[in-house]
Design a protein around this ligand. Structure first.
Ligand code: NAD
Length: 413
């Protein structure tokens, strides 16, 4: 199987061919601009020292500081982090944000670690990458298994080393410390906005539309709740241990509340158990993969029966699966568009931090909607005009913008 980075590069190559991209610019964009590998020695609760491996990769800084999340997961590696950094470049460019793409991560297993261990690891990781980060340099944010608390530790560690408080060094912080209202829900909210737009185009009425969501976290959980509020029936929800299915629709707030109180999703009363593969194969109107990359692959894509796939996760559909879905006539709203709500409100958070002036939540949600719907329209219209898939249309708009920045800035020296 190709690695995630190989897939990302093949995808770029296809877009470059489509755009007849300048060869020099194409060569530059195939690689990351900077990558740092760090070792993160951490005192564990039992007194042992564990040494974790961490990364921070900056793909391209043509537009300004780089931006991207920090992932804690046992599968984190340089290849994956580089691919995700590249994806962030395209996402920021597509949304018209003044950022380049970056990503970071530490290979570790957070569910098996205590809060103290996570805090010590986060602080050491932050000091190891301190050379690369800063509000005008590179701005981390949460990703899988990192959250507001992680960002608060990162912000505190950076601020302690600088001797002043620097809220703008990370986004996705607690509101108390300069986080933005609406940031926690922004990615899921953006997913819901584009799902609603796409459904309208495809003449799927949101009232009673059936939806299956893989991932009950920051992205999947919020998207499920907001789409339910918009009238959809969320018939299935799953996490890494499997999930639940209810043809009449799940009571999402109740399910999420129970999970927060420690219940297992797969053991909810009043609903049937479902595996992840079964969820992906449900005959629903909208399927939202919002867990990890590679969820829909060549082995299971033929079984997908949704009318519309909205990629909440980063890279949930492999290139091989993409071709199969296209042949089946299933519309895919690509990740760089569908889940860009998070980085968009991160941008709002950073702007607020730099000005020490904070906006109302309605204002934030309204601006998010304008940006998401605007980007959706550009991608939809471009795809329709050229009769190409949404992913190629979105990638082409994004890569063209980055390439144009390279052309105008020229090659140093
Ligand atoms: P999260 O940690 O809050 O939730 C992840 C969810 O995925 C959990 O419910 C987990 O149980 C589930 N999961 C993990 N492994 C799984 C597996 N093998 N099968 C099924 N489910 C599995 O993470 P999140 O922030 O919701 O991120 C989810 C995805 O969205 C990632 O791809 C991330 O890169 C992407 N994303 C997140 C944001 C954001 O703002 N949080 C923004 C853009 C993209």
């Amino acid at each position: 199987m190709p690695t995630m980075l190989e897939e990302a590069v093949v995808q770029l190559d296809q877009v470059a061919a489509h755009l007849k991209l300048d060869e020099g610019v194409h060569k530059r964009l195939r690689r990351a601009q900077r990558a740092l590998i760090v070792s993160v020695p951490t005192r564990m609760d039992d007194g042992r020292v564990e040494v974790f491996e961490g990364y921070r990769v900056q793909h391209d800084n043509s537009f300004g500081p780089t931006k991207g999340g920090i992932r804690y997961h046992p599968n984190v590696n340089l290849d994956e982090v580089t691919a995700l950094a590249m994806l962030m470049s395209w996402k920021c460019a597509l949304m018209g944000l003044p950022y380049g793409g970056a990503k970071g991560g530490v290979r570790c297993n957070p569910p098996a670690m205590s809060q103290g261990e996570l805090e010590r690891m986060t602080r050491r990781y932050t000091s190891e990458i301190v050379l690369l980060i800063g509000p005008d340099l590179d701005i981390p944010a949460p990703d899988v298994y990192t959250n507001e608390q992680t960002m608060a530790w990162m912000m505190d560690t950076y601020s302690m080393q600088r001797g002043i408080t620097v809220p703008g060094v990370v986004t996705g912080k607690p509101v108390l410390l300069g986080g933005s209202l609406g940031r926690r829900e922004a990615t899921g909210r953006g997913v819901a906005f584009v799902a609603a737009e796409a459904a309208r185009e495809l003449k799927i009425s949101l009232q009673g539309a059936t939806v299956a969501v893989q991932g009950k976290g920051n992205v999947g959980g919020v998207a499920a709740r907001l789409l339910r509020e918009a009238g959809c029936r969320i018939v299935a929800l799953a996490d890494s241990k499997g999930g639940v299915h209810h043809a009449k629709g799940l009571d999402i707030p109740r399910v999420l509340q129970a999970v927060q109180e420690g219940a297992r999703l797969a053991e909810m009363p009043d609903a049937d158990k479902i595996t992840n593969d079964e969820l992906l194969a449900l005959p629903v109107d909208i399927l939202i993969p919002a867990a990890l990359e590679g969820a829909i692959h060549e082995g299971n894509a033929a079984a997908v029966r949704a009318k519309l796939v909205v990629e909440g996760a980063n890279g949930p559909t492999t290139a091989g699966a993409d071709r199969i879905l296209e042949q089946k006539g299933i519309r895919v709203i690509p990740d760089i568009l569908a889940n860009a709500g998070g980085v968009t409100v991160s941008y709002f958070e950073w702007v607020q931090d730099l000005q020490f002036y904070f906006w109302r939540e309605e204002e934030i949600n309204q601006r998010l909607k304008e940006i998401m719907v605007g980007a959706f329209r550009r991608v939809w219209d471009s795809a329709a005009e050229q009769r190409i898939p949404m992913r190629l249309a979105a990638m082409s708009l994004a890569v063209r913008r980055v390439a144009e920045a390279h052309r105008v800035r020229g090659l140093y020296p």
